[in-house]
Design a protein around this ligand. Structure first.
Ligand code: TAP
Length: 480
């Protein structure tokens, strides 16, 4: 593979001014894939200067022409699909078959959706008093800083950049230090698609250095962040200097509720997808399984058997269903929650360890883990574990189910399985969450708003809402 290992600033790949690099590792065996340039504050300054210079021409370009570049990029992503899928799998541990089937097509689909959106997002005329015409302009906010995590680097690159660019903003994006490779490949494809120099700048680097520099930078008008709630708080504080517009997509502890009238097989399969896809490293994972006590035993028997049948292995292996977590540090963190569960009096019903297979011993693997918590207030029922680790609680009636579901400070994804239409809509209304999936879980689409409430953050990605986030309204009065 032709790996890109440098920063991408002003349309060119370039070393960090300090000359520093950081190795990015293959989580299957922790071997070094590549040394990647590590951006410092002065590199973020260079990137912001390039973006500011590019902004006037990019923001005034005909919206359809901006859109056409994003549509070309979507085609190029599809033309390079296999390389992107392999690279994502190598750098993150996503099973190759998932990267091929989900990550790459969703990335292309997101750029295509917003490419088409560029010339369809418009202002309004407002009926005001006689003698005046009042209309609104939707203007880009300027240079946008974007900081993304390591769990879906390719997809999140598109979720962040596509609406920002369609709306006419310029971008400085920092991928996570441990997964920079596919984002840099996208930068290469952007140049091929005809994106003018400076419109997008990619600065792989440490969160505490490059990320912090983006959050503090006076030349950046808005910051969009996906990651942990703790870092989200830091970003809000660092952004206060120039009163940046802030958009936060943070953690979750998604409740997945199975009622007594649910179709059991569908609920079991859906619950496994909700927590085990991408090794549970998803902010919208269904990580709290709330089971009606009448069906809990039957559900758990099937669910445990399914979890134990999942094939762990090298993500590049075509038959692998679950790969490693993305870093050793994270594997340790997830396994530490197993100890927490035991210390809190919880029951480990399945997994709770690294796999015994010698060929996986050097990797960051964790066996699918199911824990029955003692109380809803236990740490394992409240804190985001972000791994293949699901916490089970049971309930007696709808009121208790709702109390449990809403019983954390998060509010991102949520799901419920029932045959009762009225109950389904009642819960959709009452759940404290940005997204509710009824008889399904974890559906996403570039047209459907994505985001949370409470400690899960604010602002929405995708759809028309994303275009609103990346624009500001100007009201124009004409004396007629
Ligand atoms: P975070 O620290 O939140 O990392 C996310 C991104 O923020 C990375 O690019 C990180 O940089 C950057 N960052 C870190 N400190 C920063 C700062 N002071 N200013 C600006 N940017 C900064 O997450 P993590 O440590 O990788 O993971 C910890 C936990 O967060 C996970 O276990 C999980 O619970 C949660 N998490 C949630 C999500 C989603 S999708 N909601 C995604 C990832 C993690 P570097 O990492 O490159 O240094």
């Amino acid at each position: 593979m032709n790996l890109r290992r440098q920063l991408f600033i002003n349309g060119e790949f370039t070393d960090a001014l300090s000359g520093e690099t950081l190795p990015t590792l293959n989580p299957h065996d922790n071997s070094v894939i590549a040394e990647v340039a590590l951006a410092g504050r002065e590199d973020v300054d260079r990137a912001v200067a390039a973006a500011r210079k590019a902004f006037p021409a990019w923001s005034r370009m005909a919206a359809a022409d901006r859109g056409r570049i994003l549509l070309r990029l979507a085609d190029l992503i599809e033309a390079n699909a296999e390389e992107l899928a392999r690279l994502e799998s190598l750098d993150t541990g996503h099973p190759l078959r998932d990267a091929r089937k989900l990550d790459v097509p969703r990335t292309a689909g997101c750029f295509r959706y917003f490419g088409g959106m560029a010339d369809k997002f418009q202002g309004e005329t407002i009926p005001v008093e006689e003698g005046f015409l009042n209309y609104t302009l939707r203007e880009p906010v300027g240079v946008v800083g974007q900081v993304v995590p390591w769990n879906f680097p390719l997809m999140f690159t598109s979720w962040k950049m596509a609406p920002a660019l369609a709306a006419g903003n310029c971008v400085v994006l920092k991928p996570a230090e441990i997964t920079p490779l596919t984002t840099l490949k996208i930068a290469e494809l952007m140049a091929q698609a005809g994106l003018p120099p400076g419109v997008v700048n990619i600065v792989p680097g440490l969160g505490s250095v490059a990320g912090q520099a983006i959050a503090e930078h006076p030349g950046i008008a808005k910051i969009a962040f996906t990651g942990s709630t703790a870092t989200g708080r830091r970003i809000v504080q660092a952004s206060a200097g120039n009163l940046k517009k802030v958009q936060l997509e943070l953690g979750g502890k998604g409740p997945n509720i199975v009622f007594e009238d649910a179709k059991l097989t569908a609920a079991v399969n859906g619950a496994a997808w909700a927590i085990f896809h991408n090794q549970g490293q998803a902010c919208i994972a269904g990580s709290r399984l709330l089971l009606h006590e009448a069906v809990a035993d039957a559900f758990l028997e099937k669910f445990i058997a399914l979890a134990q049948s999942i094939r762990l292995g090298n993500p590049l292996d075509e038959s692998t269903e679950m790969g490693p977590l993305t870093s050793l540090e994270h594997q340790r963190r997830v396994l530490a929650y197993v100890e927490t569960a035991r210390a809190e009096g919880g029951d480990v019903l399945a997994g709770g360890m690294a796999p015994a297979a010698p060929e996986l011993a050097k990797g960051c693997y964790v066996v699918p883990t199911i824990v029955r918590a003692k109380t809803p207030n236990d740490r394992v029922a409240q804190e985001e574990v972000f791994g293949p680790f699901v916490t089970v609680l049971t309930f007696r009636d709808d009121a208790e189910a709702l109390r449990l579901a809403n019983g954390t400070d998060y509010g991102l994804g949520s799901g419920l399985w029932t045959a009762d239409l009225q109950r389904a809509h009642r819960f959709a209304r009452d759940l404290q969450a940005g997204m509710v999936w009824i008889n399904s879980y974890k559906r996403v689409n570039p047209g459907s708003p994505f985001g949370g409430t409470g400690l899960s953050g604010y602002g929405r990605e995708m759809g028309f809402d994303a275009m609103r986030e990346y624009t500001q309204v100007k009201s124009v009065w004409v004396n007629v």
